[in-house]
Structures are given as C-alpha cells and as structure tokens.
Design a binder for this molecule. Sequence first.
Ligand code: BDR
Ligand code: CA
Length: 319
Amino acid sequence: MPRPVLIDTDPGVDDVLAIAMLLASPEVEVIGLTTVHGNMSVDVCTRNALYFLEVASRTDIPVARGAGDPIAMPFRGGAAFVHGPDGLGDRMVDGVSTTPVGEDAADFIIRSVRARPGEVVLAPIGPLTNLAVALERDPGIAELTAEVVVMGGNAYCDGNASPAAEANILNDPEAAEIVFGADWPVVMLGLDVTDEVSLTGAHLDRIAAGTTPMHALLREASAFYQRFHEEAIPGYDGLCPHDATALAWLIDPSLFEVIERPIRVGMEGLGRGKTWPAEPYRMPEYEPWRGRPEVTIATQVDASAMADLITTRLVAFGS
Ligand code: BDR
Ligand code: CA
C-alpha cells in the first residue's frame, strides 16, 4: 500500500521537482499540499502550488493555504534571487483556475492526520510554521502521525541562508524548535545530505526531453535555479535538488546513513536558526537538551544513486 503523504511546501523550484517526483512514485500517495511563506509570500506559493497541480493534471489533490508569517516575526521576504521573480523561475505565471480549500493548512493537517490515525506522513519542505501551529492547536496529532520528514537544518555543516543556518529553519526557528521538540517520529534531512547531491546538466537534459506539460514546466523553472547555482558556485554543474533529496527518504531510505540525536534550535544572534544535535557522551552536561526526543538525522547520502533516482522518476512522470 502506498503511504499517504501530505506535503507542506513553499514552491519554489526544488519544491516542484520534489512534488513531481513523488507524484511519479508508486511508494506514496500525495493526499494534499499545504502552503507556507518561505521562498515567496504565501500568496505566491499558494498560487504556484495550484498552478503546478493544474500543469500536472492533478487538480484532484487539495491545496490548503497556510501561514503568511513565521510565529514570532514578520515574513523575511523570500528568495527571488534563487527561485526567480515568481518562484518558478521567470515563467511569470499569471492566473490559475482552481482555488485552495476553505480550511487553513494547520486545520487541514489536523483533519488529515485524525482521519487516518497512525498512517499519514507529514513532509515539510518549507519553514515549519504550519506544523507548529497544528501542534499548538491539537497536540494529540503527534502520537497519530506516522512520520515527519523534514527538509531543513544543518547538523554538522555550514548553513546556506546564514553561515550558521539553513533557509527553512532560519525562516522560522521558533516553529522548528516546537517541531523538533514534539513527541513524534521526525527525520531531519538537511544540508548535510541535500548539499551533496546535484542534478547536473546531463541529468537535466534527460528530464527536459520529457514531452508532457509538466516536463516543460520543470525545464523552464529549473533554468533560473540552475543559473543561480552556476553563478554562485564556481565550477558547479547543474542545480541542487534539496527538497527532492529529502523526500526521496520516502522512496528509498537505504540511500542515507542516519544517527539519532536530540536537537535544539539556535534562537539568538549569529546562531539563530542553527540546528544543534547533542552528542550522547556529553549529554549529562547539556541540560537544555535533556528530555528532548531523539530526531533521526541524515548524515550521509549516496549522491550519485540519489541523482539517478530523482532523474529517473522525473523522466517517467506521466508515463
Ligand atoms: C530549502 O530552502 C528553500 O529555498 C528550498 O526550497 C529548500 O526547501 C533549502 O535550504
Ligand atoms: Ca522548499
């Protein structure tokens, strides 16, 4: 039986690569998209999610609009320089013919989890605001959620949105602290693994050769994101599929090595948004980590097999 997955997203070029990959994967059933501020405002991210599903001919999948601001600060302004002026490159999406459902993302999450106790996987690939709000509204969902698969954080490597922090966590550290502190099974797939994977020009050419409208969208949206990577990092070939690498956990977890550690999130100053694992041999000294649940942290990935997996699934989209 495919696992039911609810994707919480801020599309975002790598978000649409990730969602398309799961739509092409028999291991999972995507039961909804919830949207959140992050790469763009929540209005633009919601429009992009609806647009994406239209292009994918999957308007049967509901979209619930989520938080426009992080829990404790205003929206930080997004990353148009990474994902393009409309978040899907410079395609300049104008209208969509579908609308989000009437309830907000947090209520949608709560209702979906309670409808299938112990089955639903939450897969956040944007800031963790909606999940934190859902937990605050209904703490009981923690024990009813099958797994929380997070793209975010950096355990043993640099950040990408500051020297200390990864973008999804820095965009709402207070929410991340709540999500990593709740008593539910969380897997953190952050920059430790996602930064290791690239879809090279050769991979992207294979995807671009696809003939569906979705392949055209991926081709055009990826071009901007690829240009960003190649200009920012001398010698880089292609782009980094952060969100798809993380969600590939739901297809083939054997591609990762993991460890278990409790995590605290930096709240202050230079370290704001850093995800801090506690090393077991030091635990007795580190009171702030005591009593926190263990998070499964991905530390290594088979980068070449991962790029092949993502590419193969995206090439097969619609067939
Ligand atoms: C994460 O930040 C966003 O820009 C991407 O979509 C991804 O979810 C990578 O740090
Ligand atoms: Ca994202």
